[in-house]
Design a protein around this ligand. Structure first.
Ligand code: FAD
Ligand code: NAD
Length: 462
């Protein structure tokens, strides 16, 4: 067994862990990163990136198989053919390019990267079963970045035709029919993508609405788009089991029914990865099923830090990265604290949804009287030229001093507006700051400008 020593040991090479390692290395901290599988974690290998690649491919296929939009432009086309094996190979090539890139970035930052499974021995050492043999690592600071894994339902254990998101992203054929259990992020993003790729999709959701995280005004355009795609949605329903190509479901009235499905995607949430690596020996304080951390990502044990999905919601890659960066800087001696104010949440459905800050209801509950400005894309020239005039931008601000509390949008491609929204919130913008900023014409970002003008009672283009 080899003995290694370092200042910082990071367990888990997902977006939380690898970003922490890069920044720690850049700051001159002697750092070791241990990853059991491929660098990049859930996000690069089986999450954000492969799912967005699949969504892009599905959009391309959909544009050709449902060519109304192209016809309107005077373009007519022959029916396309889909070679799904090539689609998957293209997606996998992007994943390989990015994960290899992470390895190169770690090397550049002088981080020692080990491939192997770490078992924590205490808050200052771990045993790693690495490719190169067994190694005991001693550290001054331990960063736990072990992420999350898909939750199973007792009635629908993963295996065979019952798929987690990881399995769904690795399918080699588009299933003829797909039942999706859970209308959250994964169920909606992948459900819509498979519908566009040609599967007959049925979504079974326990709550009475899709995407319960977002308010109804934001989800209505997505619900309309689901119906246009021919996706059947069973709300307030429970999946009871699967046999012989039929998913048994208790519908909202409690009556039993079945959904014919070649495959079932179970997407009912993810849970922190907490077992099988000695975490229990540290006996850290928990916040429910997650590791409890303070605003510096410190756990209940001195010099043991935790970042990313293992610390709970929101389970988003950009949150994990921001925490990782911060923890490295704190270990290097900087004074930092994590501010939850402006973590954007984006659902890559068609249309996309973006939310930053407080919803109108939460803003009202927290601050009393509020102003809301909503500007629809149907009044935005650029959206019309892109055949993307469904949706809107909405700005929520305090009525007394006009400080912006929340910014939301639904529409094609609005994910790219999220940077402007987050920046406005992070900088403590007032409505006047957005209204006084010159937004380029013709762009969809003008809807953001107009929403602020509307909240101030002086709209120009509506
Ligand atoms: P992870 O990415 O889960 O990484 C943890 C790593 O730790 C893993 O690589 C694991 O192998 C390793 N590990 C665990 N235990 C050990 C051990 N004992 N020894 C060594 N290594 C270990 N988020 C977004 O922000 N945007 C999106 O569009 C988005 N899309 C998603 C789509 C899907 C289908 C899924 C499943 C998730 C998506 N997410 C998205 C969520 C995002 O992937 C996670 O929030 C993010 O990956 C969390 O990062 P992390 O570093 O905390 O953990
Ligand atoms: P989720 O929490 O987004 O949605 C789960 C859905 O399943 C909810 O609507 C819930 O009401 C429903 N549900 C729970 N139990 C059920 C049951 N027994 N029957 C039917 N429905 C049930 O979880 P997810 O979609 O699995 O995604 C996991 C996490 O991954 C998310 O929390 C998110 O943080 C992350 N993610 C993010 C993105 C993104 O940022 N665009 C994309 C994918 C995943």
């Amino acid at each position: 067994m080899t003995e290694l020593r370092c200042k910082v040991l990071i367990v888990g090479g997902g977006p939380g862990g690898y970003v922490a390692a890069i920044r720690a290395g850049e700051l001159g901290l002697d750092t070791i990163l241990v990853e059991a599988d491929r660098l990049g974690g859930t996000c690069l290998n089986v999450g954000c990136i492969p799912s967005k690649a699949l969504i892009h491919a599905a959009d391309a296929v959909h544009a050709l198989t449902e060519p109304h939009a192209l016809n309107a432009l005077g373009v007519s086309i022959a029916p396309p053919a889909l070679d799904y094996a090539r689609t998957i190979a293209w997606k996998d090539a992007i994943v390989t390019r990015l994960t290899t890139g992470v390895g190169a970035l770690l090397k550049k930052a002088h981080v020692r990267s080990l491939r192997g499974r770490a078992t924590l021995l205490d808050g200052k050492s771990a045993l790693v079963h690495a490719d190169t043999g067994e190694q005991r690592i001693h550290c001054e600071h331990l960063v736990i970045a072990t992420g999350s894994e898909p939750m199973e339902l007792a009635a629908l254990p993963f295996g065979g035709d019952i798929l987690s998101s990881t399995h769904a992203l690795a399918l080699t054929d588009v299933p003829r029919s797909l039942a999706v259990v859970g209308a959250g992020y994964i169920g909606m993003e992948l459900g819509m993508a498979f519908a566009k790729l040609g599967a007959k999709v049925t979504i079974v959701e326990a709550l009475p609405k899709i995407l319960p995280l977002y308010d109804d005004e934001l989800t209505q355009p997505v619900a309309r788009s689901l119906a246009d795609l021919g996706v059947e949605t069973m709300l307030g329903a429970r999946a009871l089991g699967f046999a012989d190509g039929a998913l048994k479901v208790a519908n909202a009235e409690g009556a039993g029914t079945t959904v014919a499905a070649d495959k079932v995607l179970v997407a009912v949430g993810r849970r922190a990865r907490r077992s099988r690596y000695g975490l229990e020996t540290l006996d850290l304080a928990m916040a429910g099923p997650f590791l409890r951390i303070d605003e510096r990502c410190a756990t209940s044990m001195r010099n043991v830090w935790a970042i990313g999905d293992v610390t709970g919601e929101p389970m988003l890659a950009h949150r994990a990265m921001a925490q990782g960066e911060m923890v490295a800087e704190i270990i290097a001696g900087e004074r930092r604290a994590f501010d939850h104010l402006a973590i954007p949440a984006i659902c890559f459905t068609d249309p996309e949804i973006v939310a930053v800050g407080l919803s109108p209801d939460a803003a009202k509950a927290a601050h009393g009287e509020i102003l809301i400005g909503l500007f629809p894309f149907r009044a935005n020239g650029r959206a019309m030229t892109k055949q993307a005039d469904e949706g809107f931008v909405r700005v929520v601000a305090r009525a007394d001093n006009h400080v912006v509390l929340g910014i939301h949008a639904v529409g094609a491609g609005v994910s790219e507006l999220s940077a402007a929204f987050s920046l406005a919130l992070e900088m403590g913008a007032r409505l006047e700051d957005i209204a006084g900023t010159i937004h380029a014409h013709p762009t969809e970002s003008e809807a953001f400008h107009e929403a602020a003008l509307k909240a101030l009672g002086k709209p120009l283009h509506i």
